[in-house]
Design a protein around this ligand. Structure first.
Ligand SMILES: Nc1ncnc2c1ncn2[C@@H]1O[C@H](COP(=O)(O)OP(=O)(O)O)[C@@H](O)[C@H]1O
Ligand SMILES: [Mg+2]
Length: 233
């Protein structure tokens, strides 16, 4: 479904991505893990056209996205939940969700919102509450729900567990798994390597702009180098 080849991205003189590759097959959860500054967000931002690569390709169902505008890329069927959630605290839950469906007909948006509410019953209960008054975990569900409102075939999640308490992290990861079981393909960026590797079918380890290791989630969980560098053992 998604195939990223030899991506090089610069911020001025900073060479942030030095030949990143990754693939996501339909139906999978694929995770990209790595320390702060490794280039995880840059990879996601490049996929949706918010950064432009100097070289490399991003193929989505065989079409190269690197020349398309972000709104076209979203229309092709990619949803993104950005780092730091970026929900609007002074809008209600429902209004935040509606923002994720801006290019759809009202009818399609209503169908999609019903699906999001089925996935997250708590958001239905809180639909008229101001988003800023929700807990961190609930706000993360709003961010994920908003990404799902565009009927994406592929969902990009940038550090959904950031800043959340351990029990809430578990809940968010369960939600990600349920979303996947309901048919969404997911590319999950995380610093929480342990939780991400547990849910991922396949994983890539990014270090200073390069993929240094890849394999099935369970295989990397057992890998000595991963355990030392990312699981604190
Ligand atoms: N807007 C920017 N301008 C300059 N450098 C940036 C910018 N965004 C990210 N970088 C740099 O690019 C590298 C990768 O950053 P990022 O993709 O945010 O990493 P991660 O998401 O893995 O923490 C880091 O060295 C970071 O400082
Ligand atoms: Mg980041």
């Amino acid at each position: 479904m998604l195939k990223v080849n030899d991506l090089h991205v610069y911020y001025g003189g900073i060479h942030a991505l030095k030949g990143v590759h990754l693939s996501v097959e339909q139906g999978q959860i694929v995770t990209l893990i790595g320390a702060n500054g490794a280039g995880k967000s840059t990879t996601l931002r490049t996929i949706v056209g918010l950064e432009r690569p100097r070289t490399g390709t991003v193929l989505f169902n065989s079409e190269d996205l690197t020349k398309l505008d972000t709104h076209r890329i979203i229309q092709r069927g990619i949803g993104i939940s950005p780092e730091g959630r970026k929900v609007f605290p002074n809008l209600t839950v429902m209004e935040n969700l509606e923002l994720g469906a801006y290019h759809q007909s009202q009818k399609d948006a209503a169908v999609q919102m019903e699906w999001v509410y089925t996935l997250f019953p708590r958001l239905r209960e809180r639909s008229r509450q101001l988003t800023g008054t929700l807990s961190g975990g609930e706000q993360q569900m709003v961010a994920l729900g908003r990404a799902l409102m565009s009927r994406p075939k592929l969902v990009l999640l940038d550090e959904p567990s950031l800043g959340l308490a351990p029990l809430v992290v578990e809940e968010v990861f369960r939600t990600i798994q349920t979303t996947n079981e309901q048919g969404a393909t997911i590319l999950l960026v995380e610093q929480n390597a342990m939780a991400a590797l547990h849910v991922a079918h396949y994983a890539y380890v990014l270090e200073t702009g390069r993929v240094i290791l890849e394999g099935p989630g369970k295989t990397l969980l057992a890998d000595e180098r991963v355990r030392q560098a990312y699981l604190g053992e």
